[in-house]
Design a protein around this ligand. Sequence first.
Ligand SMILES: O=P(O)(O)OC[C@H]1O[C@H](OP(=O)(O)OP(=O)(O)O)[C@H](O)[C@@H]1O
Ligand code: HPA
Length: 181
Amino acid sequence: MTPLQAQQLLDNAECVASADTVQAVINRLASEIAGKLAADLPLVLAVMGGAVVFAGQLLPRLNFPLEFDYLHVTRYRGKTQGGAVEWRVLPGQNVAGRSVLVLDDILDEGETLAAIRDKLHDMGAARVWSAVLTNKDNGLTKPIQADFVGLEVPNRYVFGCGMDAYGLWRNLPAIYALKDK
Ligand SMILES: O=P(O)(O)OC[C@H]1O[C@H](OP(=O)(O)OP(=O)(O)O)[C@H](O)[C@@H]1O
Ligand code: HPA
């Protein structure tokens, strides 16, 4: 995709959550998470690469001790339809016996987060929590619900705030929906 095509993708998209809305949502999530996990010394795991913006903005708002690490799993790989879950970086061995909080940008069909939860349980996590910046309102019965949900987004392909469209635009501070084809 050329820079001009990438700009047109954004120009034709619809903003579904402003940058201010996203900031307010992350503030709320930080206080909800603190209410449940402040005394647990949790291991917080960002799901690369989509969670990078969410994690980067949430972590400084969590005012309690925690450990941070990451895992990398992918199933969209720059496309707008998901495929098989592919592990690129497994969680570290430090999950055993821990209260683990998984951070991700979006819960769409739920396959990714369910696979992560199962892997963490297999590795001996004492409790697996999850926080997602967005939950797609797609009417599906999902294999997992997140414990902490920022925003509901419509049943369209969304991008910005860590979420990519064709590999691009994770850097946007607001959330947009691709124009319907
Ligand atoms: O609920 P699901 O339908 O499983 O989709 C959600 C997952 O899809 C995206 O990752 P992606 O596969 O695009 O990986 P990436 O962020 O590394 O590109 C997103 O970051 C979530 O991890
Ligand atoms: O709508 C989406 N946008 C970006 N990444 C995603 N991963 C699953 N669904 C989406």
